[in-house]
Write a protein that binds this ligand. Structure first.
Ligand code: NAP
Length: 476
């Protein structure tokens, strides 16, 4: 079976890729917008086609010879009308699949009813309707899931952060709305089994575990985490205020917070029994188990994907950000690491930031992160996916990895709100570790900012370089 996976650099897609690679009887092809986001190690195991669902030619090429095509794409964070873009993207995909004689489309959307759905959910429903609109030409299996619980999922990160940080959680009135969360591992099981399903019918399959309110979700999560939390529902928390509250307390940006808050106002519960009827061997785990599993994965450093992996949000987008030639201001710090093995130095470079900190002045990084959050930036909450490993597209506090050449170069782009664009580059030449800070100022204010902060940055970056070498020595 030849399988095409779209959205392979996103939260669900990255995990589904791993699951599909475990199967011997399939040939996997990825359709991605940016090849650099797929690691070298996969290049022998699968085919990679670069393209975009808005570029029909690239899509058509990727679909040649494909039996089953997964559609895990959405345009939520794109500039412009995301509903319109989602519609066009789904129409292009459906038509291209029919032309390529694909046998089955598998799509994952959201639970909810059209009458009460938020704009985001409505777009997911419309996408499902488009993809299922030509059953006489192509079969579609349309999964609908509510809140997905897994390490790194936006919903889980919101719940985890609220519960961990606040002894008293103030919530809007509509936290009583019913929903049916599901563990990401169950979602993957359904998606993977769907390619082998023996039916020619076009189906809508609603998936989820037990019904509960968002309030119950927070209480149950606090029980699993061993924290006693009390919730107070107040009438004055409007959707807008609630969204602002979420962006201050959790790593997610405004758009995700708003989509989630708006989604909470209407019920998202299962409306058909197709999951039980067609997927007899899948028994969704309980919400509590899903939370424990997600926490376990974080503790064991096994997070495969995170909500900010795709370019769906402005805060997560890395397209074109690796081009640093435009930076007119630069600062270079060169340190010799002598006899220390270079691979240990690079391993030390790859472990900076996040939970492990930036060697010195961590308080300064925290203050910068807090100020950035207050003025609408990503802040430091995103931390890092893995304690030791980085890959292109990973978030690292308020940075994003935009280039990574093993043993040679790590390039980060700053996403903190600044009067200009900043990059931080770690490179190795012989026995020298070179740290280069580059800046493209926005007008006079940007130049003033660079000159004013340069002496402080020189001290901070020098100490980072020293810290990296020190750590490499201890690793050696
Ligand atoms: N995550 C959840 O909690 C959740 C819950 C319920 C339902 N779902 C559904 O599951 C599906 C996947 O969601 P997700 O969370 O995995 O999304 P995601 O992390 O935002 O990933 C979206 C993926 O789509 C790709 N993409 C976006 N526009 C594209 C285009 N025009 N052409 C080609 N690729 C494009 C992105 O590529 P780049 O990396 O280049 O940006 C990325 O790989 C969605 O339909 C969503 O509604 C998700």
């Amino acid at each position: 079976m030849k399988v095409l996976l779209t959205g392979a650099t996103g939260y669900i897609g990255r995990r589904l890729k791993e699951k599909l690679l475990e199967e011997e009887n399939i040939q996997l092809r990825l359709f991605v917008r940016n090849k650099r986001k797929v690691r070298e190690k996969y290049k022998d195991q699968l085919e990679i086609y670069e393209g975009d669902t808005f570029h029909v030619e690239s899509l058509q090429k990727a679909l040649e010879g494909i039996d089953v095509a997964y559609y895990l794409v959405h345009s939520m964070g794109a500039k412009g009308d995301f509903k319109e873009l989602d519609r066009l993207s789904a129409e292009n995909f459906l038509d291209a699949c029919i032309r390529a004689k694909v046998k089955r489309i598998i799509y994952l959307g959201g639970l909810g009813e059209k009458q009460t759905a938020s704009r985001h959910l409505l777009s997911r429903i419309e996408t499902g309707e488009i993809l299922s609109s030509k059953p006489e030409f192509i079969q579609t299996i349309w999964f609908r899931a509510g809140i997905i619980i897994g390490s790194g999922s936006a919903s889980f990160e919101i719940i985890r952060n609220l519960v961990q940080k606040l002894p008293f959680i103030i919530t809007p009135r509509w936290v009583h709305t019913k929903t049916q969360p599901i563990s990401v591992s169950d979602v993957l099981e359904y998606l993977s089994q769907a390619k082998d399903l023996e039916t020619n019918e076009t189906l809508v399959v609603d998936i989820g575990s037990e019904q509960m309110s968002f309030k119950e979700m927070l209480i149950k999560a606090s029980n699993v985490m061993g924290l006693k939390r009390r919730l107070f529902a107040v009438p004055f928390l409007s959707p807008k205020l609630s969204s602002y509250w979420l962006i201050l307390m959790t790593p997610v940006p405004y758009r995700i917070a708003k989509a989630l808050v708006e989604g909470l106002k209407s019920e998202t519960i299962i409306q058909n029994e197709n999951a039980k009827k067609y997927f007899l061997s899948v028994y969704p785990i309980s919400y509590e188990k899903a939370i424990s599993k997600a926490i376990y994965e974080i503790e064991k450093n096994q997070v495969l994907s995170r909500w900010c992996d795709s370019s769906a949000q402005e805060e997560c987008d890395i397209r074109g950000q690796e081009i640093i030639e435009s930076a007119v201001l630069k600062m270079k710090i060169i340190n010799d690491f002598g006899q220390t093995p270079p691979e240990k130095v690079f391993a030390s470079v790859l472990s900076i930031g996040g939970q492990q900190g930036w060697f010195k002045y961590n308080w300064l990084w925290k203050i910068t992160g807090s100020i950035d959050k207050l003025i609408g930036g990503p802040g430091k909450h995103r931390s890092r996916r893995d304690l030791y490993d980085l890959r292109i597209g990973d978030s690292l506090d308020f940075w994003k990895v935009v280039d990574l050449i093993k043993g040679k170069r790590l390039l980060l782009v700053g996403q903190v709100k600044l009067p200009g664009k900043a990059w931080l580059e770690f490179s190795m030449e012989g026995t020298a570790l070179i740290l280069t800070a580059s800046f493209l100022p926005k007008g006079l204010w940007g130049r003033f900012y660079w000159s004013f902060t340069k002496p402080l940055h020189r001290i901070v970056f020098s100490d980072i370089a020293k810290g990296i070498i020190q750590k490499a020595k201890s690793l050696a």
